[in-house]
Design a protein around this ligand. Structure first.
Ligand code: ZN
Length: 152
C-alpha cells in the first residue's frame, strides 16, 4: 500500500496536467514498514526524454543520486517514482516494466485525458531482474498527518 498526503497526491496530479501533452516524472521519498510505503516528500523532475516525451519519461541519473542523498539525510529512502500517461490509461506499459529496476518501490501512473488528470494508480515492482512484474497496490490518501507526536 502507498500512503500519501492529499497535498503530495494533488501535486503529482497537477504535475501530470502541467506537463501535458508530455509525460511528467518524479521521485517519491518516504519510509517503509512491511509492505506499507509512506510518502514524506515528492520531488518533481524534468522529463529528460528528448526523443518522445509524449509517451516516454526519463529521470536524469544525477537527479536520482541527489534524491538518494537527500533521503539519507532525512533517514528516509526512495519509495517510488511517478509519471503520467497523456491520453492513455493509467496502466503500465511494456516499456515501463522493462525500464523499472527499483524492487519493492511504487510506480505511480496518472492518466491525463485532454489535459485533465484522470485516474491515478500505483504498482509495486516485484520479483527480480530476470523475472519481474508489477502488482497493483492500494493508494491511501491521508488528509493530514502530524509531523511530530503531540506532547501532553
Ligand atoms: Zn508509462
Amino acid at each position: 500500500m502507498l500512503r500519501i498526503s492529499k497535498a503530495d497526491y494533488d501535486l503529482i496530479r497537477w504535475e501530470a496536467e502541467r506537463s501535458y501533452p508530455h509525460e511528467c516524472c518524479g521521485i517519491i521519498l518516504g519510509t517503509v514498514s512491511g509492505d506499507h510505503r509512506a510518502v514524506t516528500l515528492t520531488l518533481t523532475c524534468d522529463n529528460a526524454s528528448t526523443q518522445s516525451p509524449a509517451n516516454r519519461y526519463s529521470i536524469n541519473p544525477e537527479r536520482v543520486i541527489a534524491a538518494l542523498k537527500l533521503a539519507r539525510s532525512r533517514a528516509e529512502i526512495i519509495v517510488g517514482f511517478y509519471h503520467s500517461h497523456p491520453d492513455h490509461p493509467p496502466r503500465y506499459s511494456e516499456t515501463d516494466l522493462l525500464e523499472a529496476h527499483w524492487f519493492d518501490c511504487s510506480y505511480v501512473i496518472t492518466s491525463v485525458e485532454h489535459g485533465r488528470a484522470a485516474a491515478t494508480r500505483s504498482y509495486v515492482l516485484v520479483g527480480s531482474e530476470d523475472h519481474k512484474g508489477f502488482e497493483e497496490e492500494k493508494i491511501e490518501i491521508v488528509a493530514y498527518e502530524p509531523a511530530l507526536p503531540v506532547a501532553n
